[in-house]
Design a protein around this ligand. Structure first.
Ligand code: FE2
Length: 235
């Protein structure tokens, strides 16, 4: 084999030339590449399941949250109450910690215990109508009232005025729940769920009693002088 420099140089030159030709061919091939009908079909086959899955998920979510009957509306109302009651328990304990009046404090604690019974009773209501509560993070309405209550309590405030505010805050929540239980009880009656209606009426009576108790406490101990010329908080 001839290994003289000239021969080797010639071999290298030929190989480089071959490589350059291959590269040029490849470049022309890529440039001329246009999507064919088969390419479009293959692409559609890959994308179609993703699109179909997304549309199916959207439709299923929409259907899952649809309320198209009184039956479903009752489940929605009960689910809202279920969340509200669970959010209210820690809130009542916070109100009890901040109350100055001992009777007010024990009224909040007693109602927190009663609220735990209301949650358990709602479980029985769901069983009575063969439904389950909707999974939701929280009731936005009650959360708003609790946030509003907490906002004022972060400020420096006279103890009597604070107790008046605590009662007003608790009663706002009570009134929302009384309204919710009244509505749910009526729906249950209209749909013929007698046992559920009876259970809801029991809680409604207890919520009203708790509300009246707070009004009695407010009238007994709150010093109108402490409340200034406005006189009464809206009990
Ligand atoms: Fe309650």
């Amino acid at each position: 084999m001839d290994t003289s420099p000239d021969v080797l140089a010639e071999q290298v030159r030929l190989k480089r030339s071959a490589i350059d030709n291959d590269l040029e061919l490849l470049r022309v091939k890529v440039q001329n590449k246009r999507p064919t009908r088969d390419d479009a079909v293959r692409w559609a086959q890959r994308v179609a399941p993703v699109v179909a899955g997304s549309v199916g998920l959207w439709w299923w979510t929409k259907r899952r949250h649809a309320i198209d009957s009184l039956d479903e509306l009752l489940t929605h109302a009960l689910s809202d109450l279920y969340q509200s009651e669970q959010q209210t328990i820690p809130s009542l304990h916070r109100l009890a910690e901040r109350a100055s009046d001992p009777e007010l404090r024990s009224a909040f604690i007693a109602h927190a215990k009663e609220t735990a019974v209301h949650v358990e009773r709602l479980d029985r209501v769901f069983r009575a109508i063969s439904r389950k509560p909707h999974r939701r993070r929280r009731s936005e309405g009650i959360a708003g009232l609790i946030d509003e209550s907490d906002r004022l309590l972060h400020r420096k405030i006279d103890p009597d005025v604070r107790d008046a505010w605590l009662i007003a805050s608790a009663q706002r929540i009570e009134h929302v729940e009384i309204s919710g239980y009244g509505t749910a009880r009526t729906y249950a009656e209209m749909l013929g769920f007698e046992r559920a209606a009876q259970l809801l009426q029991e809680t409604l009576d207890e919520e009203r009693a708790a509300d009246e108790k707070l009004t009695r406490i407010a009238r007994r101990f709150i010093n109108p002088q402490a409340l200034g010329s406005a006189g009464a908080a809206g009990f």
